[in-house]
Design a protein around this ligand. Structure first.
Ligand SMILES: Nc1ncnc2c1ncn2[C@@H]1O[C@H](COP(=O)(O)OP(=O)(O)OP(=O)(O)O)[C@@H](O)[C@H]1O
Length: 683
């Protein structure tokens, strides 16, 4: 049986080519003889008699009508999107302005309706040659009409020619009342359903993905804004809207410069990629970070992350509190290490530089020179400052416990091992710093294990067989001469070299006596605040004695002395107050400045015949104190009759000799510690 003819007529070859391939794809060319004609070919390539004519669009009907054979019928094809470039189309961000380009107003209109019907929710603007369009559009979508895309457009998504849809095929079959109708319909349907399902899945998938992403980004604590390369806001989360007091998500799709605060935009432009800066906007401080979004080497825009500094500080505070409760915190920073001498300042400068590196540090110095303090400051100035600081003192823990404490143990590793095992100090220090104090006291067995940890940066728990990698910075300290110990075979040479990468020598206090006044002052302030008492000062003799002393316990000893003085001294410290002079008698009594001074004052008063009166005044003040008139009265009772003028003169002398303090106004006078010492001397 001769096949029925279907003639497709269009303006462009491309439509005819796409129809032919669709006919093959759907098996339609097996049932019909398919012909194609361009409108301009009709005068010399006539349409076959009895053929069904299918027009690509209604607008060509008038041009085609004169060439229609008598018995032929013409129908207009209904079209659908081919979705060849579906992926590319889905990659266009939601809410972006898109120019829809085709050859005529009619095809633009049809394609537009098809796009909207399939759920593509771009902001579509129609364009066909000769029409106007907004100039701020960068992306165009076209159904196979790329040649009409205006030159200002940067990106073109060609979705291909619209194909003929199911209802048109049905109409064709119905026209010829073809017996294969059922079969072909089923085949066509199958193919169309497949395409539609694919499309739905893609759209659904993209939507879900977008929803997930929005959900996640809205839940994160940072404010997030994504800008494209034109600084158009592509995404903004709720936190950013709240932080910048914006009106709502409506700013999405808007130019950032128009709707974001000016000072914010200045930061965006000034900030380098991946740089974290502290900025002030509207009287508040924020942490701000900018990252570039680059995909397959192409710059797509930038991601802005920011947050109130106060929030971060609170978070850090909470975190540190948690670490603190576990005792894994370094309290001290460089600001709390006192010392102005050149030798000490050099140490601090080196330590500050070393803090930034990740290398092992060895702190060497006598006891009490501040090795632990410095280790903590180094940790707190290092990139690991937010991670744990774990201190291990090799002299303070028994050998039997040390191994399991350092490396942890597995359940059942030994009798008494805790159920579930136990995490060791090395594991606790992961990501942070471990401070190995008094390393010179580590036994040979422990030295062996330490060496392995330092070499391999991994540990194995006692009784375990699993290797646990650890990322730690090691700071070791000792007051022993490790080099000598190596020579004597008491310390492993290879461990010594592993530790002695960045050695820091802390000078003993006696070698930086010029720091003493300064340290004393700092400690006085600290303890007076702690004890809620007024500050006190040091007499010249007391300070001299302190600087002459050799401080075997170094700063720890000095700190202890000041703490003691803060408890026992009122206003001024005299040499005889100093505990190390009293107990060790390091400075002979004759050389004691106070003793000598008392002697001098005693002789001067005696020479002038004041001695009796002066000691009486001091005795009265040591028991009662008080105003001048009361004092005059008390002295009179003792048989010492002084005029007001005489008493005033004597009080002035006593004050000059630092034996009494004269209060302001009616407060009266009181005996000083030196005055007490003088009384004791007289006795
Ligand atoms: N430069 C300093 N400024 C302020 N305080 C200091 C300084 N050096 C040490 N200290 C104080 O002295 C005491 C001892 O310091 P630290 O424990 O760090 O010394 P150490 O060298 O580790 O001693 P040891 O070898 O006995 O363990 C601490 O209370 C510390 O606060």
């Amino acid at each position: 049986m001769e096949k029925k003819t279907v003639t497709f007529v269009a303006k462009m070859d491309e439509f005819l080519q796409s129809v032919v391939s669709q006919c093959h794809e759907l098996g339609i060319s097996q049932d019909f003889h398919i012909e194609g004609r361009r409108v301009d070919q009709l005068p010399y390539r006539p349409i076959a008699e009895g053929s069904l004519v299918v027009l690509s669009t209604k607008s060509i009907y008038e041009q085609v009508e004169p060439y229609l054979p008598q018995d032929s019928r013409a129908i207009v094809a209904k079209r659908m999107l081919p979705y060849h470039n579906l992926r590319e189309m889905l990659e266009i961000p939601r809410g972006v302005k898109v120019l829809l380009v085709s050859d005529t107003a009619e095809t633009v209109d049809e394609t537009m309706r098809l796009l909207i019907a399939s759920g593509m929710d771009f902001e579509l603007y129609p364009y066909y040659p000769g029409s106007d369009y907004p100039l701020d559009i960068d992306i165009a979508v076209t159904p196979g009409e790329a040649e009409h895309v205006p030159p200002t457009i940067r990106k073109v998504v060609d979705i291909g020619f619209r194909v003929i849809d199911l209802s048109t095929w049905l109409e064709i079959y119905a026209h010829f009342d073809n017996g294969n109708f059922q079969k072909v319909t089923a085949r066509t349907m199958q193919s169309l359903i497949y395409i539609t399902k694919q499309l739905n899945n893609e759209i659904l998938h993209a939507r879900l993905l977008q929803m997930y992403l929005e959900g996640i980004v809205n839940r994160i604590e940072d404010a997030v804004i994504a800008l494209d390369e034109q600084e158009v806001i592509r995404f903004i989360n709720q936190k950013a809207i709240d932080t910048l007091h914006l009106h709502g998500p409506g700013v999405q799709g808007e130019k950032a410069a128009v709707c974001l605060p000016e000072d914010f935009m200045e930061t965006v432009r000034d900030c380098d990629e991946n740089e974290e800066v502290l900025v002030d906007w509207a009287g508040r401080t924020y942490f701000f970070r900018k990252m570039h979004i680059v995909m397959e080497g192409r710059y797509l825009g930038s991601l802005l992350l920011f947050r109130k500094a106060a929030e971060i500080e609170k978070m850090e505070h909470d975190y540190r509190l948690r670490l603190y409760s576990k005792g894994l915190i370094a309290k001290y920073s460089f600001d709390e290490i006192y010392g102005k001498s050149q030798s000490f300042q050099q140490v601090i400068q080196i330590a500050k530089k070393i803090a930034r590196s990740n290398s092992t540090v060895l702190l060497l110095g006598e006891t009490g020179t501040g090795k632990e303090l410095l280790a903590q400051a180094i940790h707190n100035a290092s990139p690991r400052k937010r991670e744990p600081f774990v201190g291990v003192n090799f002299a303070a823990i028994s050998e039997s416990l040390l191994e399991s404490e350092l490396f942890g143990y597995e359940e059942g590793a030994f009798t008494g091992a805790r159920k579930g095992g136990h995490i060791g100090w090395f594991e606790l220090a992961h990501k942070g710093t471990i401070f190995l104090d008094e390393i010179g006291d580590a036994s040979g067995a422990i030295q062996n294990r330490l060496l392995r940890v330092l070499q391999e940066r991994q540990i194995m728990r006692v009784g375990g067989n699993k290797v646990i990698p650890i990322d730690i910075r090691v700071i070791a300290a000792t007051n022993q001469d490790l080099q000598q110990m190596v020579k004597e075979g008491r310390f492993r040479a290879d461990l010594y070299y592993r530790l002695n990468i960045l050695p820091i020598h802390l000078p003993p206090l006696r070698k930086r006596a010029e720091d003493i006044p300064w340290l004393v002052d700092a400690f006085i302030r600290r303890y007076c605040v702690d004890l809620r008492r007024p500050p006190f000062t040091l007499s010249r003799e007391a300070l001299n004695a302190m600087q002459a002393y050799d401080w075997p316990g170094n700063i720890r000893e000095l700190e202890n002395v000041v703490e003691y003085l803060a408890h026992v001294v009122e206003e001024e410290v005299y040499a005889y107050h100093l505990p190390f002079l009293q107990t060790a008698a390091v400075v002979p009594l004759e050389a004691d400045g106070l003793q000598y001074e008392c002697e001098e004052v005693y002789q001067a008063y005696e020479k002038r015949g004041f001695l009796l009166e002066m000691t009486a005044i001091l005795q009265e003040l040591s028991t009662a104190g008080g105003g001048r008139y009361a004092l005059q009265e008390q002295l009179r009772e003792r048989g010492i009759d002084l005029t007001t003028q005489q008493l005033r003169y004597r009080l002035k002398m006593l004050q000059q000799d630092e034996l009494i303090r004269v209060g302001k106004g009616r407060q009266g006078s009181s005996i000083s510690s030196k005055g007490e010492a003088f009384l004791a001397f007289c006795k």
